[in-house]
Design a protein around this ligand. Structure first.
Ligand SMILES: *[C@@H]1O[C@H](CO)[C@@H](O)[C@H](O)[C@H]1NC(C)=O
Ligand SMILES: *[C@@H]1O[C@H](CO)[C@@H](O)[C@H](O)[C@H]1NC(C)=O
Length: 270
């Protein structure tokens, strides 16, 4: 194969890798849909609205441990004109770009997000959805789209918020429980358009406590060793003298002479 053809192959290969992201249509991390009947194929142009992670979900999180995410929602100067032309805003008085901008940047949303809708609030819904990938196939889903409902168990949504376009940065607290690769989306609704920004996290098993004993001829000492999924020891919160306790853990450290902590730690990888 001649060199120029090889370049071609490499380029093709890299392009293919680059587009295998959240969905296979392009390599951006966000996409837009109509509010009604969104699916895996009917994405629409975003018209100049952009979403990005300011504080993205960590690559690895421990099951049950809360973390914060921050995402930004911004629009360029052409957005409002585009939105009017595409009937994005349902508020009756919005007929031009200037009104659309005023509605999004100045009109206060209801104080309770439950009262927010496309008529009275620019970003009338904003939250985080989580989809553990291991359950996606079973649910016949390919991507963590905004259409996947909160089932309260596996696919979950954080509480919704709402606000003006000028808010820019949106924060949410997230807790994930199902172990394994999880797709997270920041989901917003603007008029009758919706947008989702994706990232993935791997959820690791929860922290567990391992009880270990070390014994001298007369006395057993009990250690509580917190063990995290990453295989590291997070802390040794208590070293209790538990006199005359029997060595029931089945660890070799329970026999004979006192064992050093260092040796004990080698057992925590179990
Ligand atoms: C949003 O967050 C970014 C990054 O921290 C910051 O530079 C920017 O000023 C924030 N914007 C607003 C409107 O708070
Ligand atoms: C442990 O055993 C020793 C010697 O057999 C005894 O004197 C002591 O009272 C025991 N301690 C406890 C807490 O049972």
């Amino acid at each position: 194969m001649n060199p120029s053809r090889c370049y071609g192959c490499t380029y093709l290969f890299l392009s293919v890798v680059a587009v295998v992201g959240w969905h296979d249509l392009d390599n951006s991390e966000y996409d837009c849909w109509p509010l009604e009947k969104p699916d895996e194929l009917n994405m629409i142009d975003c018209g100049g609205l952009e979403m990005a992670w300011v504080l993205r979900p960590p690559e690895k999180v421990v099951s049950g441990e809360e973390f914060n995410v921050i995402y930004s929602v911004t629009v360029n100067d052409e957005f409002y004109q585009w939105a009017v032309e595409h009937n994005i805003f349902v508020h009756r008085s919005i007929t031009g770009a200037a009104e659309a901008r005023r509605f999004c940047e100045q009109h206060e949303c209801p104080s309770n997000w439950k009262d927010a809708n496309g008529e009275n609030c620019c970003i009338h819904h904003a939250n985080i959805h989580s989809c553990p990938m291991g359950y996606m196939k079973a649910a016949d889903e390919r991507i963590c789209g905004p259409w996947i409902p909160d089932d309260g168990r596996i696919f979950t949504h954080t509480i919704s918020t709402s606000g003006k376009m000028t808010q820019t940065n949106w924060t949410a607290k997230v807790v994930l429980f199902h172990e394994g690769l999880t797709s997270l989306i920041a989901h917003i609704r603007v008029g009758n358009m919706q947008v989702a920004l994706e990232a993935k996290s791997t959820v690791l098993p929860t922290i567990s406590t391992v009880t270990l004993f070390t014994c001298s001829r007369r006395v057993c000492v009990k250690y509580y060793v917190a063990r995290a999924a990453m295989g590291s020891i997070i802390s040794v919160p208590a070293v209790n003298s538990d006199s005359n306790a029997s060595c029931v853990t089945g660890l070799s450290s329970c026999t004979g002479m006192p064992t050093s902590r260092k040796q004990l730690y080698t057992h925590t990888g179990i």
